[in-house]
Design a protein around this ligand. Structure first.
Ligand SMILES: [Zn+2]
Length: 242
């Protein structure tokens, strides 16, 4: 192929691609957005982008972990409140540094910490927030309190937080798993916890290796797909739910 032929082929390919992506983005932007513009949520920030201890989509065996897991940790901010979801870091200084780096907040400015489920990597950093109210779904709260791991009770949460964030039952990874959903600037955002492990797991509607019910995990992900524009998974960066 000479230069002229190459450039011609490239132009055709680009034109074809643009046409396709234009149609996709039109449907994605004008039809798929599910959130309300006016809500009590001003912004949300991912504090730590999580990773898995083993990732089948990276060619790793699920028999054993090959690295330490870190969960995705998010702060949801509204009028007069900051909610941290799944405090991820064991080390207090590291948790404080990441929170400051991403939001300018200090540990004592977090009003509520919400735990999505009982797996340890989703509350490694809970003890760094003694001034916050600690919340979780009723069964998760009961389980954590029974473990006597913390010197302060985790309080069972109702259906919403600050009348701006919905608490959704998202079973499959664990049966008592909860995710948080809210509207922000016209987008419906779900902090999924491990109901969605990573974007690769989402694409295949695949549960993580330790899921208690894989079929239910897939059904929960389909439910999330029907109500969310953006998903913050338990162990990955956030992504558009297209
Ligand atoms: Zn988990």
């Amino acid at each position: 192929m000479n230069r002229r032929e190459f450039l011609g082929a490239a132009a055709t390919a680009v034109g074809g691609h643009n046409k396709k992506s234009g149609a996709e983005s039109r449907s994605g932007l004008s039809l798929a957005l599910k959130g309300r513009k006016n809500s009590g949520i001003k912004r949300w920030d991912v504090i730590t982008i999580g990773n898995l201890s083993r990732n089948r989509y990276w060619g790793e065996s699920e028999d054993r972990g090959v690295r330490s897991a870190i969960c995705s940790c998010t702060v949801i901010s509204g009028d007069g409140f900051h909610i941290m979801v799944d405090p991820s870091l064991k080390d207090e200084k590291a948790m404080a540094t990441e929170l400051d780096r991403r939001t300018g907040l200090n540990l004592d400015e977090i009003d509520v910490v919400f735990i999505t489920h009982q797996h340890g990597d989703h509350h490694f950093g809970l003890k760094h927030f003694p001034k916050a109210k600690w919340l979780a779904g009723a069964e998760v709260a009961a389980g954590l309190n029974k473990s006597e791991r913390y010197g302060k009770p985790i309080v069972p949460a109702d259906d919403s937080l600050f009348e701006a964030v919905e608490i959704l039952s998202t079973p499959g990874h664990t049966m008592d798993h909860r995710s948080l959903r809210f509207d922000c600037k016209g987008l419906s955002v779900i902090i999924a916890g491990d109901a969605v492990a990573t974007q690769d797991f989402w694409v295949e509607r695949m549960g993580y290796f330790n899921a208690v019910d894989f079929d239910l995990s897939a059904r929960t992900m389909n439910k999330i797909a029907s109500i969310a524009d953006i998903v913050v998974p338990g162990h990955d960066n956030h992504f558009l739910c297209l």
